[in-house]
Design a protein around this ligand. Structure first.
Ligand code: NAD
Length: 419
């Protein structure tokens, strides 16, 4: 079935506009309109009952202009090449916004991981690595976790790559468990970065958290960590939407309790109850009288069907591409400030970069040092984007794209077009 929104076209529309505002000529950015490399692989897996199932996998490398390709791998039943292409390009812009020496890539397997046993998932992951082996590596392309993938999946990926090479190669993936070269602070890094970015924004606006009401979509790595840290910083999380529906508690959800529940129930709150909590529809969720909407699930969730009903003043993009171009225009016209994905959720790739550096040095850093370095980089990126936004009178998303595209194009012009 064809999807209603094509995230890659969404990305291209913003790219074209940013190029126009920067006064770039076509030759400056035309190479960035298509990924450098796209690989589609067939992943056969012997299932527990002996049957062989084939899963479609992808690895897209958008740009290596500023350094090795970097980006997550997702397992999702609707993963397709356009989604992975868009996610790969967003990684290029994200790494450029926070100014780390990486290009952008992304991978995916079209699979519903809930339908596979742990052993089937391990075999699928390891075979996927074998299929994409020629194009990944610590100096080439470094995968990481994304939707429905975690430290365990990264451990399988690291193992498969290492076995096929014949020696241990921890730096081939980031987001690994600590026992095999993972970094302290990586699991929380994306959520932490989201909150740091929001705090920088509020500081510029002269606002304080002051029990501001937040509705969060997605209660996995990004959504639940973000919600926990937002609560610790004085915000009130009043609603959560996940694959199983939406819950609302105007007095604030007990996040520690909800988190404990979600961890035991596949990252969802299906069946979760607490005093004052009611079930609401998805349409009601988006239209809640909250200060902040924090989408942290999938792309295209805020679109022209629900953007008009949104009452929040701030959209904090934890997910990649949660807002369509049409919804972006509707929200901008309403005066809603959108703190864009490529800036807000960059904390994950920043600490992935720290993990990779630690692996290459064969040395580990303390968590405090990592969190401090993350805070410095997130603040610097926010301040640069904010400055462009004010100077050029453009929304934060356009400003972030302008900062990123300017950096990538400068690097490209220095290197030239090969040969
Ligand atoms: P995850 O698998 O840990 O959690 C995903 C959550 O989203 C789950 O709670 C699930 O129930 C919910 N969800 C999925 N589809 C949904 C739908 N259609 N409607 C409502 N809820 C839905 O994934 P994650 O790692 O937290 O990633 C979430 C988003 O953040 C993705 O867009 C991802 O690309 C982005 N992101 C992740 C990282 C990272 O470090 N993990 C970094 C940057 C960006």
């Amino acid at each position: 079935m064809e999807k209603k929104y094509n995230p890659y076209e969404n990305m291209l529309a913003v790219l074209e506009e940013a190029a126009g505002k920067l006064g770039l000529c076509r030759d400056d950015y035309i190479a960035l309109c298509s990924p450098e490399r796209e690989l589609t692989v067939s992943v056969p897996v012997v299932m527990d009952d002996g049957r062989v199932e084939i899963f479609q996998g992808y690895r897209v490398q958008h740009s290596s202009v500023r350094g090795p390709y970097k980006g997550g791998v997702r397992f999702h039943p609707e993963a397709d090449i356009d989604e992975v292409k868009a996610l790969a390009a967003w990684m290029t812009w994200k790494c450029a916004v926070v100014n780390i020496p990486y290009g952008g890539a992304k991978g995916g397997i079209r699979v519903d991981p809930d339908l596979l046993s742990t052993k089937e998932l391990a075999r699928m992951t390891k075979r996927y690595v074998a299929q994409i082996l020629p194009i990944i590596g610590p100096e080439q392309d470094i995968p990481a976790p994304d939707l429905n993938t975690d430290g365990q999946v990264m451990a399988w990926m690291m193992d498969a790559y290492s076995m096929l090479k014949g020696y241990a190669v921890p730096a081939v993936v980031t987001g690994k468990p600590l026992e095999i070269g993972g970094s302290l602070g990586r699991v929380e890094a994306t959520g932490r970065g989201v909150v740091l970015t929001l705090m920088s924004y509020l500081e510029k606006m002269g606002l304080a958290p002051d029990n501001m009401k937040v509705a969060v979509q997605g209660f996995g790595n990004v959504g639940s960590t973000g919600a926990k840290l937002l609560k610790e910083n004085g915000f009130s999380i009043v609603a959560i939407n996940d694959v199983d529906g939406s819950v609302y508690n105007p007095d604030g959800i007990d996040i520690a309790r909800a988190l404990d529940y979600a961890q035991r129930h596949h990252k969802t709150l299906a069946g979760y109850t607490e005093p004052g909590l009611t079930k609401i529809s998805a349409a009601e969720f988006w239209a809640l009288p909250v200060d902040i909407l924090f989408p942290a699930a999938m792309e295209n969730q805020i679109n022209e069907d629900n953007a008009g009903s949104i009452k929040a003043r701030i959209v904090l993009e934890g997910a990649n591409g949660p807002t369509t171009v049409e919804a972006d225009a509707i929200l901008n016209a309403k005066g809603v400030d959108i703190i864009p994905d490529i800036l807000a959720n960059a904390g994950g790739v920043v600490v992935s970069y720290f993990e990779w550096v630690q692996n290459l040095e064969a040395f580990t850093w303390e968590e405090d040092e990592i969190n401090k370095k993350l805070a410095v980089m997130m603040k610097k990126a926010f301040t640069e984007v904010w400055h462009v936004s004010k100077e050029k009178k453009v929304p934060l998303r356009m400003a972030a794209y302008m900062v990123a595209l300017d950096r990538v194009v400068r690097a490209r012009n220095l290197r030239g077009v090969f040969p």
